[in-house]
Write a protein that binds this ligand. Structure first.
Ligand code: PLP
Length: 364
């Protein structure tokens, strides 16, 4: 059997008829950027998350850097972020000239809330929480810290659509929740797309103007903005998928629970869900010191796996200027050296998962 780490075609085939009907209707509508589908998606996604406002943008990275910028963060300011994230979180900060200040992750792969306060300086303006792998950070502690120190709170929810902390959705705890709808995300478009959710009326207005060349009224430009518009085709397809989001999430929880129940290999450390949260399982990430060996063994059985992520941002070539060295963030680096994402996707066949489990369990 041949098993890929991710299969985006299965997620499409599952809702094929509805998606194709929607695509045709958008193509025939004669209107392709920022129209009725975008507006209804913004309303639907705000309602889904429980946020007051939702602003569609062109990607998850745009959602991040535009939110950071419009919250008034710029050159010289510091933003606290976890060390073990996808590099886009960090770029959302540095594109604005602000400085990322890294914090080690906890046992759930999220920012270690007990290590945030020691990193706060006179220059700290915000904390960016990344709900990595679809799990949820310790939001009670983090919101308390932000309130006490007068810091903005930005959530990178690119991997956490629908994840809950004590019944509340990620993205609604702070000033801005930034989402990506890149095709492989839990709520995936068929191209690039993203959104900011917020309860802040001013951020809502500013982001709407900023994403469209800084203009509210066509050809009357109030500020220097960007072109980060969401298009009708992506918004329409996202509307179709959003209506099935609970089903998609339940399926991922079920897949995760099968892995957690049946994986028996003694060298593997399995992921856990924090008390009081609902993980949406963007990835199923295990840890093992024998990663290279296991990857090669699985490859021989036809099973592909991925590493999220092999190089932590503080050691990325792109951030050599920050001056970090190996050893500066031991937990982050240990995770980078040992994490392994097993095949995991919406529409995964039970036989595919069983074969993967059997192969892993027979790894000596
Ligand atoms: C995917 C991702 C992003 C970036 O989203 P794009 O739509 O690819 O720009 C940001 N942060 C995290 C944690 C992600 O996984």
């Amino acid at each position: 059997m041949k098993i890929m780490p991710n299969r985006m075609d299965y997620g499409y085939l599952k809702y094929q008829d509805e998606l194709e009907a929607k695509a045709l209707s958008v193509l025939r509508s004669g209107w392709y950027v920022l129209g009725r589908e975008v507006q209804s998606f913004e309303e639907n996604f705000a309602a889904y998350t429980g946020a007051k406002y939702c602003i569609g943008v062109a990607s998850g990275l745009d959602a991040l850097w535009i939110a950071v910028k419009l919250l008034g963060i710029g050159p010289g300011d510091e933003v606290i972020v976890q060390g073990n994230t996808y590099i886009a979180s960090v770029m959302g900060i540095t594109i604005n000239g602000a400085v990322p200040v890294f914090v080690e992750p906890d046992a759930y792969y999220q920012i270690n809330a007990d290590k945030i306060e020691e990193k706060i300086t006179g220059k700290t303006k915000a904390v960016m929480v990344v709900h990595l792998y679809g799990h949820v950070a310790d939001m009670d502690k983090i919101t308390r810290i932000c309130r006490t120190h007068g810091l903005k709170l930005i959530e990178d929810c690119a991997q956490s659509h629908g994840a809950l902390y004590k019944g509340q959705m990620t993205g609604t705890f702070g000033d801005a929740g930034c989402f990506s709808f890149y095709p492989s995300k839990n709520l995936g478009a068929f191209g690039d797309a993203g959104a900011i959710v917020t309860g802040d009326a001013r951020l809502n207005e500013d982001a709407r103007v900023f994403r469209n060349y800084g203009s509210e009224k066509r050809y009357y430009n109030k500020v220097v903005g960007a072109n980060s518009r969401l298009d009708e085709l992506q918004a329409g397809l996202l509307n179709v998928r959003l209506a099935h989001m609970e089903e998609i999430t339940r399926e991922r929880q079920e897949l995760a629970s099968v892995y957690s129940r049946e994986l028996q290999q003694k060298d593997l450390l399995l992921p856990r869900q924090r008390e009081g949260t609902r993980s949406v399982w963007h990835q199923y990430v295990v840890r093992t010191r024998r990663r290279q060996e296991l990857m090669e063994y699985l490859e021989q059985q036809g099973i592909g796996t991925l590493i999220h992520y092999p190089v932590p941002p503080h050691l990325a070539e792109a951030y050599r200027n920050l001056g970090y060295r190996k050893g500066d963030f031991p937990v982050t680096e240990e995770y980078a050296d040992t994490v392994l994402s097993l095949p995991f996707y919406t529409g995964m066949h039970p036989e595919e998962q069983q074969y993967t489990i059997d192969c892993i369990n027979s790894f000596q």
